[in-house]
Write a protein that binds this ligand. Structure first.
Ligand code: B1H
Length: 838
């Protein structure tokens, strides 16, 4: 960016209507944008026109902060975090920006004086669903926290034209529909074609000797793709800092069209253009698994190369010598999806910027840091060598060389241990050869972190044990967190206001201050208010469910919610076993006294994940039967809410009484939904997995419903030889549940429909549902008992919220800053010349 010299800026008049925050000013600006940007007048304006006019009004206010931030970062050449992620699950921008600007109420008033309803306009926004689940949402929470903590940062990723698919449910099955988040335009981004970069793909390499007689390699690519950055401002909460999310779109370079024009191959040129544009076309919809597709690897090198080249451009523009790249930038790799950065940074430094190997390697290691997010073997990325070579021939050479040096190091530290060399090599040679991306990330980074205490421990003991023994100093834990701005202030204004009326609003930036709520836990008036708010929110969800699903729900029942991606390890089907257990009890004894419950599910399954889709079908089938069985008499309801998204999550978390976090211990790296539920006053039923362990430690075991095998018990049971059939035969209620499904009771007599699921449970049960079944049912029975004592439940709910301080993403980011990034905040003052005039 070209900065405008100060003396010129002093004379520049920035219109009041672009920066002012008063209701009057906002109204004027809104109408102005409707007219001049959207090209409409009130009589013919659609709701979407109004949304766009409001979005531009807010964007103008962001721009002032954004430009000031950029000016200061550029002038000071501030040390910057570069967060590389294949996913950013941002959620709707408008509401969040209103909260962070501190103008929610003013805007609400302004639009209402114009005869409009703010909530209505907020509903219009198509959220950018550029992520699958927890990993992408974590990246978004971290951007919010970095801006709030005034940490210079850039988020780098891909501007997918199609984000995560929209989910419809037809006849109980998930149906995927393409997401068209861009079809009405995106008012939050600004394209920066002047900073385009080029990425090479395919082809071959050639060795040559340069003018100094040095051995060099030249890469002659088969294809070149252009990356165009699209920037979105990320405003901090009540600060002037507005950082940047920079997402890359793939385009064909003009030269392609030109060449084809000359040769007359017009269709060929268009074909090439389409191939290039494919790179940023669609998000891979897998959560916690890797498919090994060529296009996916192409996406990874595309956004990594664009981002590293962009950083090098910034280094040069700020007159930082390239040898100090690692002083200007620290690059955090969000899982292995950007791990190709290790080889790409080496290639850029050596091949494109004439640096020697040792110096390039030192800079690379000092710059990069790696976060691991999974313990699932199927999620560890590896690329067949043949595929890798055909797309990235130069990177493969570099990886071989890194591997050579690395294995020498291993030999020196562990002489004579050839098995260890085989295990640790960057290349898996046990069968077909693969590049192991997690190993590449470990070797090329100075820091390796897990995302919850238990997860980090399991990485050290198991998945990355050899690397822990080799480089113990690189390993550290950074427990995940969530932003209280989006997941409390924006999504739960009623609870936010009650809390702030008692303890002030410092907790929004310092979540630990919620502790002060403990002083009110014995105040009957406060407890009463707490309960009425939860009840009012539940009533709202009841209305929504009535409208969406046509199911009438009892608002006094326990709202028992499991909302997350569908995966066998997360065990939504264990929850189903509980529902059927209660159903069976009612069928056996229709007058049985059961605490009424509403079971609510939300979440998507990967389109190719058959078992997960069958579990969705099972839940919908159970819903059909249970909701319509007269014996049940409104004591149980099952609701599947389709098309779970960030927008939707914001509606669901505040309404929960009970949060289901029931993964098999040792499988869920952290979980972050668990934090969002608890922060909104839900109690958790959960296993000792991921961050559940730390949540329970914080809120107190007496305020948490824990059950099931621990991670070591899981390993021990599997090592002994686990036989699910034994549980089936020895547990009467479990057997009755399985038999009920097998009988076709939930499938109109079809005994085949759920057979694959039942067979998998009876004969393998990889995730130990049967082993945990009784403990889960007992724990749920206890939940039902406790819920009947409403005062006790309310007290537990308040204590959960009061003790959630640790789980703010602000805390996570502070830990990253201190232990990995070595970076300080840079406060932004609004320059006088472009300061808001009220
Ligand atoms: C998490 C993923 C993930 N871990 C592969 N791994 C993907 C893996 O498209 N892919 O190929 C996409 C996503 N996602 C989640 O990260 C963990 O399961 C959660 O436990 C954790 O809370 C979250 C954030 O750390």
């Amino acid at each position: 960016m070209q900065t405008v010299p100060n003396h010129q800026v002093e004379n520049l008049q920035i219109e009041d209507d672009r920066t002012g925050l008063s209701v009057e000013c906002l109204k004027r600006a809104f109408l102005d944008n409707l007219f001049y940007v959207q090209g409409k007048f009130p009589k013919i304006a659609t709701k979407n026109d109004y949304y766009m006019a409001l979005a531009y009004t807010v964007r103008d206010r962001l721009l002032q902060r954004w430009i000031n931030t950029a000016v200061i970062y550029t002038e000071r050449a501030s040390r910057t975090v570069s967060y590389l992620s294949a996913e950013f699950l941002m959620g709707p921008h408008l509401g969040n920006n209103l909260v962070n600007l501190g103008i929610y109420d003013q805007v609400k008033q302004a639009v209402s004086e114009l005869g409009l309803d703010l909530e209505d306009l907020l509903e219009q926004e198509e959220e950018p669903g550029l992520g699958n689940g927890g990993l992408g949402r974590l990246a978004a929470c971290y951007l919010d926290s970095m801006a709030t903590l005034e940490i210079p940062s850039l988020g780098y990723g891909i501007r997918y034209e199609f984000g995560i698919f929209d989910q419809d449910i037809r006849d109980g099955w998930q149906v995927e529909i393409t997401d068209k988040w861009l079809h009405c335009g995106n008012p939050w981004e600004i394209a920066r074609p002047e900073w385009e970069v080029y990425v090479k793909l395919g082809g071959h390499t050639e060795a040559y000797t340069d003018e100094h007689g040095r051995y060099r390699v030249r890469w002659i690519p088969y294809q070149v793709v252009k990356g165009v950055p699209h920037d979105t401002p990320i405003l901090g909460y009540k600060t002037n800092t507005a950082n940047t999310l920079r997402l890359w779109t793939a385009e064909a370079p003009e030269s392609f069209d030109f060449g084809a024009f000359n040769s007359g191959d017009y269709l060929g040129a268009v074909q090439a253009k389409m191939v290039s544009e494919n790179l940023s076309k669609v998000l891979y919809p897998n959560d916690d698994s890797s498919q090994g597709k060529r296009l996916r690897l192409a996406q990874q090198i595309f956004f990594v190369s664009c981002s590293l080249q962009d950083m090098i451009r910034i280094v040069f523009r700020q007159n930082v010598p390239l040898e100090k790249f690692h002083e200007k930038f620290v690059v955090q790799l969000n899982d292995t999806h950007p791990a190709i950065a290790v080889a790409e940074l080496m290639r850029l430094l050596i091949d494109e910027h004439d640096m020697g190997w040792d110096q390039a390697w030192s800079i690379t290691q000092k710059s990069l840091a790696y976060t691991n997010h999974t313990l699932l073997p199927e999620a560890l990325e590896r690329w067949p060598i043949s595929l890798f070579r055909s797309l990235l021939p130069r990177h493969l050479e570099i990886i071989y060389e890194i591997n050579y040096h690395f294995l020498e190091e291993v030999k020196a530290k562990f002489p004579g241990d050839s098995d260890r060399l085989r295990r640790m090599s960057l290349i898996d040679e046990s069968g077909e050869k693969y590049v192991r991306m997690a190993h590449l990330a470990c070797v090329g980074s100075h820091s390796i972190n897990g995302v919850a205490a238990l997860h980090t421990k399991l990485l050290q003991q198991d998945v990355l044990r050899d690397f822990y023994q080799m480089y113990p100093e690189k390993f550290n834990n950074k427990t995940n967190g969530v932003t209280p701005r989006r997941f409390m202030v924006l999504s739960n204004p009623r609870l936010t206001n009650l809390i702030s009326s008692k303890i002030g609003d410092s907790w929004i930036k310092h979540l630990k201050d919620l502790k002060k709520l403990e002083a009110f836990v014995d105040d009957p008036e406060f407890c009463h208010q707490w309960r009425s708010i939860k009840s009012a929110i539940k009533h709202d969800l009841v209305a929504y469910i009535q409208k969406q699903n046509g199911i009438s729900v009892n608002p006094d029942s326990i709202f028992d919610i499991q909302a997350k991606r569908f995966h066998e390890y997360k065990r939504q089907h264990l929850n189903a076993l509980h529902i059927i257990t209660l159903y069976n009890r009612i069928k056996a004894n229709p007058d049985i006294d059961i605490t009424p419950r509403t079971f609510i599910f939300g979440g998507k399954a990967a389109p190719g994940y058959y078992m997960a889709k069958l579990i969705i079908k099972l839940l919908n089938s159970i819903a059909d039967v249970v909701n319509n069985d007269p014996d049940v008499r409104d004591r149980l309801k099952v609701v599947f809410l389709k098309d779970y998204s960030v927008k939707f999550a914001q509606r669901v978390y505040p309404a929960a009484d009970l949060s289901e976090q029931i993964s098999m211990a040792g499988k869920e790296a952290s979980g972050t939904g668990n934090m969002k539920f608890a922060l909104n006053g839900a109690l958790t039923i959960g296993t000792l997995d991921g961050a559940n362990v730390e949540i329970r430690d914080e809120v107190g075991a007496e305020n948490f419903f824990i059950f099931g095998l621990t991670a070591p018990e899981v390993y021990a049971l599997k090592a002994r030889g686990y036989r699910p059939l034994d549980y089936y035969h020895s547990n009467r209620e479990l057997k009755a549940v399985i038999d009920r499904i097998a009988s076709g009771h939930f499938s109109h007599g079809d005994t085949q429909l759920f057979k694959p699921l039942l067979d998998s449970l009876l004969h393998r049960d990889e995730y130990l549902l049967f082993a945990d079944y009784q403990a889960y049912i007992d724990c749920q029975d206890n939940v039902s008992q406790v819920y009947r004592d409403r005062d006790r439940w309310t007290r537990m709910s308040i204590l959960n919220v009061a003790r959630m301080g640790k789980f703010s993403s602000d805390r996570s980011i502070r830990d990253y800053c201190q232990d990995i990034w070595n970076i300080q905040s840079v406060p932004i003052e609004l320059g006088e010349c472009i300061q808001a005039k009220e």
